[in-house]
Ligand binder design. Structure first.
Ligand code: MLT
Length: 203
């Protein structure tokens, strides 16, 4: 278990686990209050990104804001996928639905996982995502439920990214919803309200 991480066992018969992927400069504790606000009874697996940029943890290297080191991304995606597979065995999560909640850099890592190892999780909540890369071939994301939360005034993410991501995911047959929040890159109470509605509608 080489990722520093938090695991919290489920306290209900619901077989659901949130996989939490934080933003740049965050850590494994960051998204726990949000996951607990959505559903306090399910399991939580929250790994800390291993790449350090000026003291700030993240999930893969970047050359500049929004310019990614794709070699490193490929390596880190496989490394995180292997961790998820090991954790599923260790924490007896194999029969659980995995719902990934990724914010910013964590959302971008979630997309890389989805495009590379579509069986890594069952559903995803992507908060302020970009598109780290586009697959060369169509992939099959049938039955994957995905919620994209985009910021209308996001100062980091160009609006074309969430729009393109939505269309790509539709092409790949995922069940996608996109919501535009009237704020910037920060996570807001509006995000949490929308996530809760989506979660209880789907799970
Ligand atoms: C990224 O590096 O994944 C994006 O630029 C978002 C961020 O972490 O700032």
């Amino acid at each position: 278990m080489d990722f520093i991480h938090i695991f919290k066992r489920s306290s209900s018969p619901k077989k659901i686990c949130f996989l939490l992927l934080h933003g740049t400069g965050g850590d494994e504790k960051d998204l726990i209050p949000i996951a607990e606000e959505i559903d306090n009874s399910v399991a939580i697996l929250s790994p800390r990104g291993k790449v350090i940029e000026n003291g700030m943890p993240r999930y893969f290297k970047r050359i500049a804001p929004g310019v990614f080191d794709l070699e490193d991304l490929k390596f880190r995606t496989k490394e995180l996928y292997d961790f998820i597979i090991r954790a599923k065995v260790k924490y007896e999560l194999e029969d659980h639905k995995m719902i990934t909640l990724g914010y910013s850099n964590g959302a971008n890592m979630a997309i890389s996982l989805l495009f590379t190892f579509p069986n890594a999780f069952n559903a995803a909540i992507l908060i302020r995502p970009m598109i780290p890369f586009e697959p060369k071939e169509n992939i099959n994301l049938k039955d994957k439920k995905i919620l994209i939360l985009a910021g209308m005034f996001d100062e980091l993410v160009n609006k074309e990214y969430p729009k393109r991501l939505f269309n790509l995911l539709i092409e790949y047959k995922a069940i996608v919803e996109i919501e535009w929040i009237p704020y910037g890159h920060n996570l807001t109470f509006d995000d949490i309200k929308i996530i809760k509605n989506w979660y209880y509608k789907n799970f």
